[in-house]
Design a protein around this ligand. Structure first.
Ligand code: SDX
Length: 430
């Protein structure tokens, strides 16, 4: 850390605040002592200019449209790596040797089964429950089934909880899907790789053999990789805040999944496909672009815009290529939804409104088209995002716990409510 300082002068006070320089990205002004020294808070609703933690896991350059995991760019990881290797990288900081990868993959493969009693937990939900509602419940319930890995002060238990979450999420998500469509649960198989195992648990049925397409498994694995981690996004920040109170890992990750569900965040993939379907044909696009620009209309282009990216989301570029590849493989030509998506992207990017506000397609713009083509209903889009992001949440959770300086997160506020006033008896009220 350098010894540079920022000088803040107000109300005849002058404060010197340390400036810390990152490996890459903007410098930060350390305001930890601001309240004690200056008796003021900073105010930053939505944390548009606030660094909440120090991290070495993921970096996003929003202007360049670059996403790095431990320094490796997402487009190279998407084309050269695979999801479990990216999990290892996010968790342990380096790409694994062949022996390390084999050991890690064996461990994950042998943690994919769920406690049999959990099947009864699923049966408590209505059949028409949204799979995210089931997943948030089941992930939280893991605290009730895996007591022996909830003590966060024990490194071994933290490691076991980490492996259990990464390994069991495909089973949890697949079973939420099966439950919502009234089909029997399919158990994980140790002879299938991570993505193929998930597809098998989702689409195979006891009545006949099912062969997982290796190309679809590769596309699924790439979607997992593209969603694995993304700095301090809303759901990851939720996990960090929950973890700061000492809550167990399953409760923290369940909190992250609940936050991800929102349409402004991980729920955007479902909202985007529903929007593309609603637009229906390319001739309707101008009407929806006009609505998106209209301040008085709450409609926004789902899958567009991003708090950090002010250029293309690199994940959206890979996803767009993948969409063409998967649809082509499936023999789905002239997919009307993909045609609308591509024309909508073209028209929006040519429109001054989107150019001035630097609004580009994000990771959610094309992902739904691929997932729908693979056979998933829109209700499964966010659960698949949650499955992928579990490693990011747990890596950030692990990093925060290993920071000796970490403390409970407790923001302050700009209070504009009533000052002190005495209670008024009901007979004296107006
Ligand atoms: C994800 O944070 C992450 O990293 C998230 C994520 C991850 O991997 O974890 O990348 C995943 O959540 C991607 C984003 C998915 N959400 C959507 O696609 C929903 C649609 N997009 C927006 O709602 C919005 O762009 C956000 C929520 C993504 C970002 O909102 P910000 O940063 O708070 O920006 P803003 O709402 O202040 O918008 C800035 C301006 C506004 O206009 P002005 O008030 O300045 O005139 O841009 C406009 C907005 O009205 N705007 C849009 C728009 N997004 C922003 N206008 C039309 N359509 C849009 N999609």
């Amino acid at each position: 850390m350098t010894d540079r300082k920022a000088t803040l002068t107000f109300d005849n006070k002058t404060l010197e605040l340390p400036i810390h320089s990152p490996t890459v990205g903007p410098d930060v002004i350390d305001i930890r002592k601001l309240y004690a020294q200056g008796d003021v808070f900073t105010h930053d609703p939505g944390f548009t200019s606030t660094s909440a933690c120090e991290s070495t896991i993921t970096f996003i350059d929003g202007d360049k449209g670059e996403l790095l995991h431990r320094g490796y760019p997402i487009d190279q990881l998407a084309s050269k790596s695979h999801y479990l290797e990216v999990c290892y990288l996010l968790l342990y900081g380096e790409l694994p040797t062949a022996a390390e990868m084999e050991k890690f993959e064996n461990t994950i493969t042998r943690h994919t089964m769920l406690h049999e009693q959990m099947t009864y937990f699923y049966r408590g939900f209505r059949r028409d429950a949204h799979p995210m509602a089931i997943i948030v419940g089941v992930m939280g319930a893991m605290s009730a089934f895996y007591h022996d890995s909830t003590d966060i002060s024990d490194p071994r238990q933290r490691e076991i909880a980490t492996h259990r979450l990464i390994a069991k999420m495909p089973t949890i998500v697949a079973w939420a899907f099966k439950y919502s469509i009234g089909q029997p649960f399919v158990y994980p198989r140790n002879d299938l790789d991570y993505a193929a195992n998930f597809l098998n648990m989702c689409f195979s049925v006891p009545a006949e053999d099912y062969e997982v397409s290796p190309v679809l498994a590769r596309a699924m694995d790439r979607i997992f990789t593209l969603h694995a981690d993304h700095e301090q996004n809303a759901s990851t920040s939720t996990v960090r805040l929950a973890s700061s109170s000492g809550a167990n890992p399953f409760a923290c990750i369940a909190a992250g999944a609940a936050c991800l569900w929102g349409p402004a965040h991980g729920g955007a993939n479902q909202a985007c496909l529903e929007m593309l379907r609603k637009i229906g044909t390319v001739d309707k696009i101008p009407e929806y672009i006009a609505r998106a620009k209209d301040k008085d209309d709450p409609f926004r282009l789902m899958g567009f815009g991003h708090r950090v990216y002010k250029n293309f989301d690199p994940r959206a570029k890979v996803m767009k290529e993948s969409a063409d590849e998967v649809l082509d493989l499936l023999g789905i030509h002239d997919n009307p939804t993909l045609q609308v998506a591509k024309e909508l992207e073209r028209q929006a990017l040519e429109d001054p409104y989107f150019a001035e506000k630097k609004l580009f397609p994000n990771v959610d713009f094309y992902s739904g088209i691929i997932l729908e083509a693979m056979g998933f209903p829109t209700s499964m889009f966010t659960p698949i995002f949650a499955l992928s992001r579990t490693v990011g949440w747990i890596s950030q959770w692990k990093e925060q716990l290993s920071d000796p300086a970490h403390k409970i997160g407790r923001p302050r506020q700009l209070y504009t409510g009533h000052p002190f006033r005495d209670y008024v008896e009901v007979e004296d009220r107006g």
